[in-house]
Design a protein around this ligand. Structure first.
Ligand code: SF4
Ligand code: SF4
Length: 505
């Protein structure tokens, strides 16, 4: 049933339309509804439901929320009416900008208490729509998703532990395929022929530039650039991921363009071993080798450490720390103290801990190479642990406040003069008994730790000459992961500030 639905040409548009409708409701309620967060869709749906369902989807399926992303619908209109012909500057074709925007997102979330301001949440959503529209209206391909979108970067990295990926079914079919529609797109007869003719020429050049100029890498047929949109029947991958060389979920928005473009039905959403892609390090189409990309390692580490900093921002001890920082710095404005807080939590502490683990790992195993190389290789092992912490945190909010949406929608309908039913207009909204929450959180965190240890050891086996050296190289990373998991348990034991519900601390 799912396969049939996904093969439907308008499946993504259908899902996006539902989310676009929800986004419009959120913005309207955010601007014109009550400004108490638990009484407003903008205070509840994005911060309680969306985040909770995002981690659930990543855990059991994959990057479904990029697939259904509503910001991409107006962008499609932009591609039609704006030139969309500029190539994203080469200097910006990395994840550094995405890292900076993600930090900005985390900081503004706390600094402006976005979760408690429906009005600001509505403006954030509108800003997102405008940015996606403008950036992709002037630049080729999915520039916004690949290089800028903070939410997308979060999904890309955490999607690496998902049990599915968009992949080819049979490599032999791709070997004999001459059109490579999965990346070039499918054209009407008479259009895009230059690329096809040249595409049948043989195996000389080994790269293909994606539509935004990002190398798709390791292309073994022939070169070709985007042939433009004239005569285009079905777009190919706009994120420069060439299916036969694609590995894992990094940079994949699950947009399904390649699935629809492949003339041989050779691409699908396939089940795989979760987190396996964290261990493997081939040259990935559109990405390269992840162990050679400091920007990607920085993104992965940011997302891991932000899981702990984000949860720390909601527990009681943080308020004492913030007061102390404000008094010490004599700056009463919270956003300024938060810069320091995030600087320590997302840069100072990670550099210290990861740098120490990398040094110890190199010293113990007698390994060569720079510390940066070692960090770029082993940073990926921490992703499952970070995801475990995000999942524990976000599911806590969803499970403790998810049902608050029922009276909210009822109130919304009543406000519109529609029959909304009766019942209490506010409540705690718990979805499961309270006693279930902590064991579930611990299970998620410990599951993440277990996967981190497995992945870390297998990375060490890949990087070191012998099993003994691998064990020694892995040891400091195992200590770091166990320490972080301990910090996670401590955080989960703290009274957590409730968001989106009326429950007291
Ligand atoms: S995925 Fe389909 S279009 Fe792409 S190379 Fe393979 S067979 Fe060709
Ligand atoms: S077209 Fe590219 S981004 Fe979209 S699902 Fe296929 S590989 Fe992923």
């Amino acid at each position: 049933m799912i396969g049939t639905f996904l093969r439907w040409r308008h499946a993504r548009t259908f899902l996006q339309s539902i989310f676009l409708g929800l986004a419009v409701l959120i913005m309207l309620d955010g601007w014109f509804g009550p400004q108490l967060a638990p009484l407003n869709l903008a205070g509840v749906l994005p911060w309680v439901h969306w985040r909770g369902f995002v981690v659930l989807a990543l855990l059991v399926m994959g990057n479904l929320f990029c697939m259904a992303c509503p910001f991409m619908l107006p962008r499609r209109v932009a591609k039609r009416f704006l030139p969309a012909d500029r190539v994203w500057p080469r200097a910006l074709r990395s994840k550094w900008l995405g890292v900076a925007l993600l930090i900005l997102f985390f900081w503004s979330y706390e600094a402006f208490s976005l979760w408690s301001s429906p009005w600001l949440t509505a403006w954030v959503a509108l800003t997102y729509f405008v940015l996606a529209f403008v950036i992709d209206g002037f630049f080729k391909g999915a520039t916004f998703c690949k290089h800028l979108c903070p939410i997308g970067q979060f999904h890309f990295v955490n999607g690496m532990i998902s049990p599915t990926e968009v992949a080819i079914r049979d490599p032999a079919v791709c070997e004999t395929c001459t059109t490579k529609d999965c990346i070039r797109g499918r054209y009407a007869p008479g259009f895009g022929t230059e690329a096809r003719t040249r595409g049948q020429g043989g195996r000389s050049p080994i790269r293909l530039d994606g539509v935004d100029g990002t190398p798709a890498l390791a292309w073994d047929a022939a070169p070709g650039r985007s042939m433009g949109r004239e005569g285009l029947l079905q777009g190919g991958c706009e994120l420069a991921l060439y299916q036969p060389r694609k590995e894992g979920n990094l940079d994949c928005t699950f947009c399904m363009e390649c699935i629809h473009a492949c003339p041989y039905d050779n691409v699908g959403i396939l089940v795989r071993s979760p987190a396996r892609e964290l261990v493997r390090d081939p040259v990935r189409s559109g990405v390269g080798r992840i162990s050679r990309r400091p920007d990607l390692a920085a993104l992965a580490l940011l997302i891991v450490f932000a899981a702990f900093v984000n949860a720390f921002g909601m527990v009681e001890p943080v308020f004492a720390l913030q007061s102390w920082l404000a008094a010490t710095l004599a700056v009463p404005w919270e956003p300024v103290t938060l810069v320091l807080f995030f600087g320590i939590g997302l840069a100072g502490v990670p550099l210290l801990l990861v740098g120490t683990a990398a040094s110890a790992s190199r010293a113990l195993s007698g390994g060569k190479g720079t510390l940066s190389d070692r960090i770029c290789s082993y940073a990926w092992a921490l992703v499952p642990l970070g995801f475990g912490m995000w999942a524990a945190h976000y599911l806590f909010h969803l499970l403790t406040g998810g049902l608050v949406v029922v009276p909210l929608f009822r109130e919304y309908l009543t406000d519109l003069g529609l029959p909304g039913g009766t019942g209490p207009m506010a409540g705690t909204g718990a979805m499961v008994p309270e006693s279930w929450i902590f064991p579930l959180e611990v299970l998620l965190l410990q599951g993440g730790l277990f996967l981190t240890l497995v992945v870390g050891y297998r990375i060490a086996l890949r990087e070191e000459d012998s099993g003994r050296k691998a064990g020694l190289a892995f040891l400091p990373w195992a200590v770091l992961a166990t320490f972080l998991a301990g910090v996670g348990i401590w955080l989960l034991l703290q009274p957590m500030e409730m968001r989106g519900t009326f429950q007291p601390i």
